[in-house]
Ligand binder design. Structure first.
Ligand code: ADP
Ligand code: MG
Length: 663
């Protein structure tokens, strides 16, 4: 991290000092600027995609209430002859107005076969055949169900909007002559920004001045204050809690964390899941059949044999039956709810299909480092050969100067500050799953695991104590090894057991680490399968092997730490990345992003997916069953239109209740 930043840092700090000699005053000015600008920009932000109600707006309930009142009143009026239909026309129109408007709207949108139109048609049929009350009731209960659905939808919408709140509204640019409030989309990498305490980090960057605490809650779903200092990375969407800082922009707005997460959250529901697509296919097949039956029954049969009234009423029952199917069993709502629930927990799924894959999963593969373990190694012992511990650590740390592996970080930390006068690193090569090879001065240094040393034919010592041994050699001469260990996450056992209880049959642990390190972990956590000492390619092969041998209906999920196993996870049905905040690879490669490193979120998302999938099937089954019953009995006149109206109402409410149940 320090490489490209270090030389410029001083210059920037001087620059900032010069330009903002009176920091407090400038900060105040910036703050005022900020407050003033917030409102303006808020207005400029594009409005959400919320669909507005057609024509009647929010007062449709008045129509419905009036209609119901009239319906009751008319029942008690001593009417006869033509006065009866004349009286019922008013409540019928009032009740149907909304449906007609909806039908019109949907027709204009190109959806010819829509539930509103069919409702209107059924209502007209009922009215025409003298079933006035039923006709009005049908529209009334349809409206009622739609309201219930709207409440649910708006709750999900609200959650979704809360996610887009993490988008920054403004950024304060530090310029030659002070501060300038700008649109975050206009800043470019290299710009210096001022972020006041209490504000959001507008784009991803690196702190160049100030010490503060950052809260990632909005992005990760959990309050987790995080201390940052000069040189630390900060991510857009997080809130700067305690004091003002300056940061250097490292990524433009569009590529920054907040924007990418919001894009993922917003587009997750765009594509139908597999189950949804089959529901749509079913609908395409089923509806024309039922509508055709209704036509045959109502028109053709009557024309041939007479009995118009009775047959048209039966046709109306069929129309009522076909409606619920047209709403695709409330499935979109179900998935939307699941996606927003997950997002609330700081889990972002890239699509509904990922939820479905997790629901079907019977095998979960874990990449050990960073998921099961904390991914924060610490040096526990140093075993030098013919040199001091300090020397060994220094050599290793120098070679590991720029490695992003957590082992490298541990060694660097143990070595402390390096004297870069003595140690010039010329060429470094990171060898994934092995270690690093570097030239320090003009000496070839290898730092890595046993396999790496076998490859180079260098003899090494075998540790007698538990831990991952990192061997070191200089010019092919063995210098000893450093023992590092990583801690198993505190709730790993509980999380894995929860997965098992919820239908995961096989837990697999893959790691590049030594077998001696991985085995105790795997047996303590009850893993079913362990493959250790795998380099990244072999991990991908192991995933491919498991994929080839899985059951046709089951799926395989891969849980990894984004940075380390991003590419491997694309081989599984669904790739889940932990600790995705700030990981480019995770954002790009994973299907499901867990922003923080809480291992318990893994069973959480699996359980949620399974609940949703089951509810979707339940809805499908209930709907199909009730419809079959309605069509069958309706055809033979064994189900009165009133019973059909009530039955379809109860069923629709049951579908919604099933959706509502998901928590
Ligand atoms: P995993 O993520 O499964 O622990 P990795 O592929 O990241 O496995 O690494 C596997 C092994 O390779 C590590 O346990 C370590 O022994 C060695 N290794 C990889 N990179 C480094 C490095 N930069 N420095 C030292 N050892 C390394
Ligand atoms: Mg790894």
């Amino acid at each position: 991290m320090g490489k490209h930043l270090a030389p410029k840092k001083k210059h920037e700090l001087n620059f900032i000092k010069k330009k903002a000699s009176d920091q407090a005053e400038k900060a105040k000015a910036a703050r005022a600027l900020f407050e003033a600008g917030k409102n303006r920009l808020k207005r400029e932000r594009p409005a959400g995609k919320m669909r507005e109600l057609p024509s009647f707006g929010r007062h449709t309930w008045i129509f419905q209430a009036l209609s119901l009142a009239l319906l009751i009143v008319i029942r008690f009026l001593p009417l006869d002859g033509w006065m009866v239909p004349a009286a019922y026309v008013i409540p019928a129109l009032l009740a149907a107005a909304e449906q007609m408007a909806n039908a019109y709207e949907k027709l204009r949108g190109g959806k010819i076969l829509n539930s509103s139109l069919i409702t209107v048609a059924a209502s007209v049929l009922l009215f025409a055949t003298g079933l006035y009350t039923e006709s009005v009731l049908l529209c009334l209960v349809t409206w009622l169900t739609e309201q219930a659905e709207k409440v649910l939808t708006s709750k999900c919408e609200e959650r979704r909007r809360r996610i887009s709140d993490i988008l920054p509204e403004t950024a304060v640019l530090v310029t030659e002559d002070g501060f300038e409030r700008v649109d975050p989309a206009s800043v470019v990498p290299g710009d210096i920004l001022f972020v006041a305490a209490g504000d959001r980090i507008p784009v991803d960057g690196v702190v160049v001045d100030g010490i503060t605490t950052i809260d990632t809650a909005a992005v990760s779903g959990q309050r987790s204050p995080w201390a940052v200092n000069v040189g630390y990375k900060v991510y857009s969407g997080c809130r700067n809690l305690t004091s003002d800082i300056r940061m250097k922009v490292s990524r433009p707005y569009e590529q920054s964390t907040a924007r990418r997460i919001v894009t993922i959250a917003e587009s997750a529901a765009d594509f139908p899941s597999e189950l949804e697509s089959s529901a749509v296919r079913f609908e395409r097949l089923y509806c024309p059949i039922v509508l055709g039956l209704a036509f045959l029954l109502g028109v053709v049969l009557s024309a041939l044999r007479g009995g118009w009234i009775q047959n048209l009423q039966r046709a109306a029952v069929l129309l009522i039956a076909s409606r619920a199917v047209l709403e695709t069993f409330s499935m979109p709502l179900l998935y939307r709810k699941a996606l927003s629930l997950a997002a609330d927990n700081g889990i972002f799924s890239k699509g509904k299909d990922c939820l479905e894959a997790m629901a079907k999963a019977e095998t979960v593969i874990f990449d050990k480092t960073g998921t099961i373990t904390e991914g924060r190694y610490a040096v526990t012992d140093v075993y030098p050969v013919k040199m001091s511990e300090r020397q060994l650590l220094t050599i290793a740390a120098t070679a590991e100067s720029y490695s992003r592996h957590p082992i490298a970080a541990a060694i660097r930390e143990a070595a402390g500050k390096l004297d870069d006068r003595v140690l010039k690193v010329i060429k470094i090569r990171d060898i994934p799953g092995r270690g690093v090879s570097a030239y320090v001065g003009n000496r070839q240094v290898y730092v890595g695991n046993a396999a790496f040393f076998e490859e180079h034919g260098i003899k090494y010592n075998i540790p007698s104590r538990p831990g991952t041994a990192v061997h070191v050699s200089v010019d092919n001469r063995y210098c000893g090894f450093i023992l590092v260990t990583d801690k198993v996450r505190r709730r790993a056992f509980d999380a894995l057991e929860t997965l098992r209880v919820n239908g995961i049959k096989k837990l697999v642990l893959l790691t590049g680490d030594a077998l001696s390190v991985a085995r105790p972990i795997a047996s303590r956590l009850n893993f079913d399968m362990l493959r250790a000492e795998l380099e990244p390619d072999k991990k991908a092969q192991a995933v491919a092997y498991l994929m080839k041998n899985k059951g046709a209906r089951s799926a395989i999920a891969f849980v990894g730490e984004g940075e380390n196993s991003g590419r491997i996870m694309s081989g599984a049905d669904v790739g889940i990345a932990m600790g995705s905040l700030g990981s480019d690879l995770a954002l790009a490669c994973a299907d499901v992003l867990i922003m923080d490193r809480d291992i318990y979120k893994i069973p959480r998302i699996f359980v949620l997916s399974k609940l949703v999938y089951r509810a979707a099937w339940e809805n499908f089954a209930l709907c199909t069953l009730v419809n079959a019953v309605m069509v069958f009995f309706g055809m033979f006149g064994l189900l009165s239109p009133l019973a059909a109206v009530l039955l379809s109402f109860v069923m629709n409410i049951a579908l919604l209740a099933n959706t509502f149940r998901i928590k």
